[in-house]
Design a protein around this ligand. Sequence first.
Ligand SMILES: [Fe+2]
Ligand SMILES: [Fe+2]
Length: 238
Amino acid sequence: MTAISTDSTVGQLVVQRPSRSRVFQRLGIDFCCGGKKRLLDACRDKGLDTDEVVQALAADEAISGQGGVDVAGMGLSQLCDHIEQTHHAYLHTELPRVGAMAKKVAAVHGANHPWTVELASVFAGFSAELDTHMVKEERVLFPWIRTLEKSGRCDEGHCSGSIANPIRMMEHEHDNAGRAMERMRELSHGYTPPPGACNTFIAMLDGLARIESDMHQHVHKENNILFPKAALREESTA
Ligand SMILES: [Fe+2]
Ligand SMILES: [Fe+2]
């Protein structure tokens, strides 16, 4: 069993063992945008007992084994491909589907459940921002990272200055998406359908909950694995 240091950041702990993300998710500890926090500080901020959290992580380790895709062991280009083929592909399908349901639910149930109107509007903003965000990654940042891996430098049109600049912008946009998801979770009382909710209402909340959980993995892989590795590659060839 791997020793768990409370001085490690939450992001590092998930990089070492991806299944830990499930424990953090259950306890409400943010491991993607908040991944740079030490476990000790993340527990304190959430009012959680550090020893109990370490025990929960150890218990998960005992039952889950390694499992999952070894993203930490992937090369830079492979990781970009993996993110595009899994998380981006998923969002390209799910954002319009869930957005259409959120609109419909707000139109039909907005009078009885006014929060659905704000939810649809927050989702529309979240979805539009995420669409442009993914275009920036797919057309600019990821091609830049792939070239860096291949030749150690990037002289193409999309590369100007340090890669730290677009990375900072992407991290900022991840934070915005994180705030929108927090608001949607709050408005929907943790994606709980009200009594008597119709199937579209239930499916919309289920879709939102899945998007949130997928986004946690997606942002974690970018913020805590891909971006630091790409920055290091640039530094080592500077
Ligand atoms: Fe992405
Ligand atoms: Fe991203």
